[in-house]
Design a protein around this ligand. Structure first.
Ligand code: AMP
Length: 190
């Protein structure tokens, strides 16, 4: 199993690059944001809890996310050559829990791929996405909060994964195919 964490700020292109990796490599995909949005749509208890946090631009508590993650991961069959973690981990406790959950199953994260995009570009992309998709958290006020949360709680994971020796930096600005080419170089080297 080639488990890959696709990492970056909101709007850095994690979802777009994940779709291309799924198509090329047949990987499974866990987007915790998508899981939460589907819980909200289905009106579940988890969805109700998640909505309050998402609308405020805050993270859902780690314990809740970690439970969800293990059950989604175990739902993937052996036909997948790997799993992409998109939007998880977002905190150091989540990264530690992911490592533990995978090692219990004899698996590991093979690479953490960081898509690096400047802040003014992130804001532009997210405002545009908000107009097109109608995502309730893609408005200027909530985007600013989410970018703050990224800097304070999530970006320390870059150093954490450097410590694990599996961090790969990719410039996330410019031509989509060039960015995907850089992603493929990492995956093909695993
Ligand atoms: P995303 O679609 O990945 O941008 O996630 C949208 C929102 O869902 C985030 O702003 C958080 O409120 C919540 N969320 C998604 N993934 C996580 C996670 N791993 N930990 C905590 N909250 C999360």
């Amino acid at each position: 199993m080639k488990n890959v964490v696709i990492f970056g700020a909101p709007g850095s292109g994690k979802g777009t690059q994940s779709d291309k990796m799924i198509e090329k490599y047949g990987f499974g995909h866990i987007s915790t944001g998508d899981v939460l949005r589907s819980e909200i749509k289905n009106g579940t208890e988890l969805g109700k809890t998640a909505k309050d946090f998402i609308d405020k631009g805050q993270l859902i508590p780690d314990e809740l996310m970690i439970d969800i993650l293990a059950s989604v991961y175990d739902g993937f069959g052996k036909e997948h050559k790997g799993v992409i973690f998109d939007g998880f981990p977002r905190t150091i406790p989540q990264a530690e829990a992911l490592k533990k959950m995978l090692s219990k199953r004899g698996h590991r994260v093979a690479a953490m791929i960081e898509l690096d995009v400047p802040e003014d570009e992130l804001m532009k992309r997210l405002l545009l996405r908000g107009q097109q998709s109608g995502r309730s958290d893609d408005n200027e006020e909530t985007i600013k909060k989410r970018l703050n949360v990224y800097h304070n709680q999530t970006s320390p994971l870059i150093e954490w994964y450097k410590g694990e020796g599996i961090h790969h930096h990719i410039a996330g600005m410019g031509e989509l195919e060039r960015i995907f080419g850089d992603v493929c170089k990492v995956i093909d080297s695993l």
